[in-house]
Ligand binder design. Structure first.
Ligand SMILES: Cc1cc2nc3c(=O)[nH]c(=O)nc-3n(C[C@H](O)[C@H](O)[C@H](O)COP(=O)(O)OP(=O)(O)OC[C@H]3O[C@@H](n4cnc5c(N)ncnc54)[C@H](O)[C@@H]3O)c2cc1C
Length: 434
């Protein structure tokens, strides 16, 4: 059988299928150094536990996860898949550990306190490397630089996959396919078609290889689309980062410590954003609405001292006037807005008053779109007419909208992709074993 896409979903599918007795090939569009999809950028993943464990403190129950999912999705979700996710969120860490992933012990101060999520030791890249090493040990054939261009039903059963590798298209015959090719966020033409010209100002935080081709292929072949191609998760990222694949390190995390202005120096705010963990998702769309989709986070010396270190150093100036000149903002307007901000009692803990002064330019950074392919509880792709092929599965972000048609919970992307990847691999192995 063949797994398409070597992110966390594809790796979990391939490993689970191999352990289930299938002969497995994994096709990955990216070259080896860029393997692993977006989990390379991942920081933590969500799990449930009744007691403290070596890698997560306190407890976080299935009931809590269920309630939090209900609150972010508004209960507009596939209940059966949501329950499967909740059930397996209990065993996901153990499964990853069994396949070579090391998790950070809590309480060392290296990572923030979190009872809901575990942090892979060495970050997402180390987790991905461990899973690839496991896959190799298990004898899974891995082809890099192998972009799937089409999947066609073969005469006599199974599928023919056309793979572009080193400039040539090669057909591969296979008995069963698991599609784990990620969402559609990296295709700018697709984003423009669904979100309009606003998408032109977005940066794409993740891999450029998740371009939605496989999603289009599945839908074009009769697969049922699910979710809304015009809703997405967008957060503030450093405008000086790369257009693609800036990852987690370009996210701007210190907004609660300072003042945000647009490119004319006018203050902008988001009602209720505060310093909640969800504030990123509220600020992203707000910045997308700013002129030029550009905003600046301003901090003074005290704000910067409290901020987490950033990958790109802030723009620095000894006075606010010089900062305004560097940012090409009218100094009079900026100084007036800062004075008004500083005068408000609510901002007493984050006034912009002590030099030197700093600015981070921010743009909207897309994490994912709430859109994908419908699957059933075995991860088989559901056709628009309700039927399904026995031998065609999808897992990971490509089907996340079955559960997440709206909203997000930190650390859920990796858990969801790993859990549904495992299930797809188990089911595909069961199918090929007959
Ligand atoms: C910057 C960033 C930070 C994140 N941080 C976290 C976090 O801390 N915690 C968390 O839980 N989630 C996080 N997420 C979300 C999480 O990373 C994703 O939900 C998860 O990695 C998705 O896995 P996937 O395997 O389904 O898809 P992807 O990671 O998108 O992988 C898809 C793979 O398929 C390959 N592919 C695509 N098209 C083809 C083709 N035609 N042929 C062959 N191969 C193809 C791609 O190269 C890629 O390797 C983050 C996402 C981003 C963008």
């Amino acid at each position: 059988m063949t797994v398409i896409g070597g992110g966390i979903a594809g790796l979990c599918a391939a490993i689970a299928a191999r352990r289930g007795g299938a002969v497995v090939r994994l096709l990955e569009a990216a070259p080896r150094p860029l393997r692993g999809g977006n989990a390379r950028h991942g920081r933590n993943f969500r799990l449930t536990h009744e007691t403290p464990l070596d890698y997560v403190p306190d407890r976080y129950t299935a009931e809590e996860l269920r309630a939090e999912l209900r609150s972010v999705t508004g209960d507009d979700t596939d209940r059966a898949l949501t329950e499967l996710l909740i059930e397996r969120a209990h065993s996901i860490a153990g499964w990853l550990i069994d396949h070579g992933v090391h998790l950070q012990p809590p309480g060392t101060g290296v990572m923030p306190y979190s009872r809901r999520t575990a942090f892979p030791l060495g970050g997402g890249k180390a987790m991905i490397n461990a899973l690839y090493a496991s896959a190799e040990r298990l004898g899974i054939a891995i082809n890099y630089d192998s972009e799937v261009r089409s999947i066609l039903r073969s005469e006599g059963g199974g599928w023919t996959i056309n793979v572009r590798s080193t400039g040539a298209d090669d057909p591969i015959r296979t008995r069963s396919v698991v599609v784990c090719a990620g969402g559609a966020g990296a295709d700018q033409a697709w984003l423009r078609a669904n979100f309009g010209s606003t998408a032109e100002g977005w940066m794409v935080r993740g891999t450029p290889y998740a371009d939605g081709r496989l999603l289009d292929l599945l839908i074009g072949a009769g697969g049922c689309a699910i979710g809304d191609p015009t809703t997405c998760h967008v957060v503030p990222v450093d405008a000086r980062g790369p257009q693609f694949d800036g990852g987690i390190v370009t996210r701007i995390t210190s907004i609660p410590l300072g003042l945000v202005v647009d490119r004319s120096g006018a203050r902008i705010d988001v009602a209720g954003a505060g310093s909640q963990p969800t504030h990123y998702a509220k600020w992203g769309p707000r910045i997308a609405d700013c002129p030029g989709q550009l905003a600046y986070l301003l901090l003074d010396a005290r704000g910067l001292a409290r901020a987490a270190p950033s990958a790109l150093a802030p723009i620095t100036a000894p006075s606010l006037g010089e900062l305004a000149a560097t940012l090409a903002i009218d100094p009079a307007a900026l100084l007036q807005n800062i004075d008004d901000f500083n005068a408000a009692p609510a901002n007493a803990a984050r006034t912009i008053a002590v030099p030197p002064f700093f600015a981070y330019p921010m743009r909207p950074g897309l994490t994912f779109v709430h859109y994908g392919i419908k699957v059933d509880a075995t991860m088989r792709v559901v056709q628009a007419d309700g039927r399904r092929h026995d031998d065609l599965f999808a897992a990971g972000m490509i089907m996340a909208a079955n559960v997440l048609r709206l909203g997000y919970l930190a650390g859920l992307g990796i858990t969801l992709s790993a859990v549904f990847g495992q299930i797809a691999g188990e089911e595909a192995a069961r199918h090929v074993r007959g």
